[in-house]
Write a protein that binds this ligand. Structure first.
Ligand SMILES: [Zn+2]
Length: 297
């Protein structure tokens, strides 16, 4: 299957629109490449493309990616649908840009589908879409010969969900395992991971390529970069890269897989290729790729 990383930054993009931290300033000065909000696309046959999340930057991302341009008819699109990992605005916001496109299919876990009910009702007035349960038994098959299963990897509801509706323990955040039936290639897509688990180890062990949550390198970095001083531990649903319980230590158990960090926050030192953090990751042969990177799994 072909995979394109349409965007690789966390919510707000890089530089973040409302941030003047040293990394965002360096990006505005042209010293670091800008990044759009996290989102990817894949295809098994080169004709039918599926989005992995739909970021608010989707229009820019589609315009920058010739494989996703419309044709051959005047309103034809190779997009067949969207696989949502969660209900965050950064991942579902791009659905509004796709409104009116006939026949799209959107997969999401039950709590995500439920909380998006008002948005779904509005979008369905432009064109009726099929909204499917990503966690249905046995998984699902996508046009183009891709077999998909979803796997819960986090239980934190988006901040806009009132506490009474947050359903503690519900599968608010999932990862996707995508297998190409023709080649046997397996992609694991996990842009938001709350905590590592033995199930995630099993998924990594059976994947050829892992796209993994790289939101924060160190839990204290956001506070340090934005407020100065010693920093403050970030609160949020994202497992950090560093530390004994971090994702880099977990990825070390899977050296034979292609491993790529995605969804970097604007204060994450991984955004700077000259940083010690980037050197540590590179020493384990874990990659950080630019927007638009394309590869075959
Ligand atoms: Zn910043």
């Amino acid at each position: 299957m072909r995979v394109v990383l349409l965007g690789t930054a966390a919510d707000g993009g890089f530089p973040r629109w409302n941030c003047a931290c040293p990394l965002c300033a360096a990006a505005r000065d042209g010293k670091l490449p800008p990044r759009t909000q996290e989102c990817a696309a894949l295809t098994g046959n080169g004709r039918d493309w599926w989005l992995l999340n739909a970021s608010p930057d989707l229009r820019t991302q589609l315009t920058a990616t010739p494989a996703l341009w419309p044709g051959a008819g005047p309103r034809d699109t190779p997009l067949r649908g969207v696989l949502l990992t969660d209900a965050e605005a950064e991942h579902a916001g791009g659905l509004t840009m796709l409104r009116g496109t006939p026949g799209l299919k959107v997969y999401a876990a039950p709590p995500v589908r439920a909380v998006l009910t008002p948005l779904r009702a509005g979008l369905d007035r432009y064109a009726s879409w099929e909204w499917a349960d990503s966690l249905a038994d046995g998984g699902f098959v996508l046009a183009g010969g891709l077999v998909v299963t979803a796997h819960p990897v986090g239980a934190q509801a988006p901040a806009y969900v009132p506490a009474r509706a947050a359903a503690p323990g519900a599968p608010w955040v999932t990862a996707y395992r995508v297998e190409d039936l023709a080649t046997g290639g397996v992609l694991l897509y996990a842009p938001s991971v709350g905590a590592w688990s033995s199930a995630l180890d099993d998924l990594c062990a059976a994947a050829d390529c892992v796209l993994l949550d790289g939101t924060v390198f160190d839990p204290a970095e956001t506070g340090a970069a934005v407020r100065g001083g010693a920093g403050r531990a970030a609160t949020g649903p994202h497992l950090p890269v560093s530390g004994p319980q971090g994702s880099l230590a977990a990825l070390a158990r899977h050296p034979g897989r292609r491993r790529v960090y995605i969804r970097m926050d604007d204060t994450n030192p991984l955004l700077d290729p000259a940083s010690p953090a980037r050197a540590r990751v590179a020493a384990q042969r874990v990659e950080v790729l630019p927007d638009g990177a394309e590869f075959v799994v």
